[in-house]
Design a binder for this molecule. Sequence first.
Ligand code: 3PG
Length: 221
Amino acid sequence: MNIERKSCMKSIEEQFSYLGIIPVVVLEDVKDALPLAKALKDAGLPCAEITLRTPAAEASLQEICREYPDMLIGAGTVLTVEQVKRTADAGAKFIVSPGFDPEIVDYCQGKNIPVFPGCMTPTEVAQAVKRGLKTIKFFPAQQAGGPAMIKALSAPYPELKFMPTGGINALNLREYLTLPSVLCCGGSWMVSQSLIRTGAFPKISSLAEEARKIAAASKAV
Ligand code: 3PG
């Protein structure tokens, strides 16, 4: 399936489900933005959550969105409505936040911007469900109880989908993706800061390709 064509037609959730794994990226230098995007695209994983954790993050996101408009690029670690406005203007197709911030969720819903707030307790999940969200980030996934916690949380909310992120890698990805309530996972292992810093883009590509294959095989089960 061609993800670039698909991105025109399908919801963000459908694209997440198809890809299975979303690279979570920290960019410290804008010069790394386009090589990183190309490495992911070449790997068949044309997607990234660019975390707003560095001064270079917003300019990097803007550059990738301009050069690769068909990639599925979103903003992560979004902590304010102002950041939502700036990154959406720059081309971000989705917003991810580490916690459940009602102000951010309400703003995004009002503007039809797909938003995935982090939740790890039934109380937070209840707030998300009350607002009609169909998919939430489960963060920090591994530290908060991993697949067993997702199974327990999804029992009272059978329709809700989770995007676990935090502590996920090539070894435990499958365990998450084979849960029916998991839409996709987020992870940084294939785009680690040390790989980006050292310009190891071929290595990033091969790790991303491996992640994509594990995801495809897991979701086919
Ligand atoms: C994060 O916010 O850093 C993400 O959850 C990624 O976590 P990871 O580095 O453990 O994959």
